[in-house]
Design a protein around this ligand. Structure first.
Ligand SMILES: C[S@@+](CC[C@H](N)C(=O)[O-])C[C@H]1O[C@@H](n2cnc3c(N)ncnc32)[C@H](O)[C@@H]1O
Length: 277
């Protein structure tokens, strides 16, 4: 069976599931974009063979741990090394020279998935000799995807794709400088990993006490409605240094109201700068 064989969820069914999850586990999916969340629930019903929305709802009510192990079925985790190459070139040419003047650098990768974007930035920083003064915080809602990010080990079926992206960006460098390439896998070397701290964090609900020079939040808000996007953008605004940058994904549409918080630095690569009040 495919997800198409689970009848499309109605708005009422979606609300009953998100309300049950919020009440039972304290995880708030109520302002996620409904279409993609409905697909996520349909996937979960199929995968766990729960038969129907009612089956899923009963499982949520009966099993205290259930949803915690299913976050990755409800959300989308797609990521890759050097995804959208022009962004990394833009960062290297226009943002890195500004960051060079800083004494310390703090980065936040919000919704880091399995870590490829975090390691890409670490490589860009190392190349500019800035990694030594950098601390990066990589966060995600899902503990299981964070465990993969922390491991930083990418399987053989991804290695040729990632080698190509790496070589396109750094034609004169060797991937072996940054990854241990054995048994067909690519494992991130410790000198990159030691600058990164991984932490479970829910953008919808959790505060952030630290300040950052750059916040990456790419392809996460795409699944949020306008009200939730603004809530999260306010969190980023408050977590950025006054001259800090926000980098979002190509399809992350910024609400009009965000123009008071961020100015566009480069519309094509979706780089913004905090407007300090
Ligand atoms: C498509 S991936 C983006 C990965 C990476 N930023 C990129 O663009 O390559 C989206 C990630 O957002 C995470 N996510 C979804 N809702 C979240 C939330 N409320 N708080 C933190 N992370 C969330 C998902 O678990 C998933 O790993």
């Amino acid at each position: 069976m495919t997800t198409e064989q689970v009848k499309e969820l109605s708005d009422e069914e979606l609300t009953s599931l998100t309300t049950a999850i919020k009440g039972r586990y304290g995880i708030d999916f109520t302002n996620y974009e409904p279409k993609s969340l409905k697909r996520g629930f349909a996937r979960l019903i199929m995968k766990k063979q729960l038969g129907s929305v009612l089956g899923l709802w009963s499982k949520i009510m009966q099993d205290r741990e259930f949803i915690l192990g299913c976050i990755d079925d409800l959300t989308v985790n797609l990521t890759e090394l050097f995804r959208n190459p022009e962004i990394w070139v833009k960062i290297q040419n226009d943002i890195i020279p500004i960051l060079k003047n800083k004494f310390r650098l703090n980065m936040w990768h919000a919704g880091c998935s399995s870590g490829e974007e975090v390691y890409t930035m670490a490589i860009v920083l190392q190349n500019a000799d800035l990694l030594r003064k950098t601390k990066a915080l990589a966060t995600d809602l899902s503990n299981s995807i964070l465990a993969e990010a922390m491991k930083g080990e990418y399987p053989s079926y991804l290695v040729s794709k990632y080698s190509k992206s790496f070589n396109d960006y750094l034609p004169t460098a060797k991937m072996e400088t940054f990854f241990d390439l054995s048994d067909g896998k690519a494992a991130v070397k410790d000198f990159l990993r030691k600058h990164i701290e991984f932490q479970q964090h829910n953008l919808v609900q959790d505060p952030m006490e630290r300040k950052f020079d750059v916040v990456f939040c790419r392809n996460v808000m795409i699944y949020f409605d306008e009200a939730l996007k603004m809530k999260v953008l306010r969190l980023f605004h408050q977590s950025l240094e006054n001259d800090g940058f926000l980098i979002v994904g190509y399809y992350d549409m910024m609400p009009d109201a965000s123009k008071e918080l961020f100015q566009v630095i480069d519309a094509k690569t979706r780089i913004y700068k905090k407007i300090s009040k």
